[in-house]
Design a protein around this ligand. Structure first.
Ligand SMILES: [Zn+2]
Length: 175
């Protein structure tokens, strides 16, 4: 799974071989996705099986990965982890796209019959993204802070204790 995914595919050729294409890509390769993220950090892993079924040439597989989203409550970035299935059919025309079965996403081939990695996965990545970025439950400071009350001072107490230990000649152990 550590090799890079190709940036371009020949679906017909891969389907003839029943090819399984596995690898990673940087999320920064997906410009429209990165535009919605808090940073360019992140990567994806994909396992894609190309197949031909009658006249349909398609791909099925799994995609997972992570990127940094911004939490709309506390405005801090957080790690967004995603996983979704891919079920796509390759087409040249809108007409062919309309004939695909329900649940099969059309992916348009270029003049040479090729498909870009970005064209194959970018829409799916955007769909997997939450409409409103939010820290998972319990991890958001905006959620936790109002309830901290006096406990909010805990880290400062720890610091005060460390300072007191220093003054008493008991410096914290160095590693
Ligand atoms: Zn948050």
């Amino acid at each position: 799974m550590e090799q890079n995914l190709p940036t371009e595919f020949d679906p017909e050729l891969l389907a003839r071989r029943d090819a399984l294409v596995e690898g990673r890509a940087l999320i920064s390769q997906f410009a429209r996705v990165v535009a919605a993220l808090a940073s360019e950090q992140g990567e994806i892993w994909a396992s894609l099986r190309f197949f031909a079924h009658g006249r349909l040439v398609g791909v099925k597989g799994q995609v997972s990965g992570w990127g940094m989203l911004r939490c709309e409550r506390c405005v801090q970035p957080y790690r967004w982890e995603f996983e979704f299935a891919v079920n796509s059919g390759f087409v040249f025309t809108e007409e062919q796209a309309e004939r695909l079965a329900d649940g099969v996403e059309p992916v348009f081939k270029d003049d040479r019959g090729r498909v870009q990695l970005v064209g194959l996965l970018e829409d799916e990545l955007l769909l997997a993204m939450p409409l409103i970025g939010r820290h998972p439950g319990g991890e958001c400071m905006a959620e936790i802070a109002p309830y901290l009350g006096e406990e909010e001072a805990a880290p400062n107490n720890a610091l005060a204790n460390a300072l007191a230990a220093l003054k008493n000649g008991n410096p914290p152990r160095q590693h």
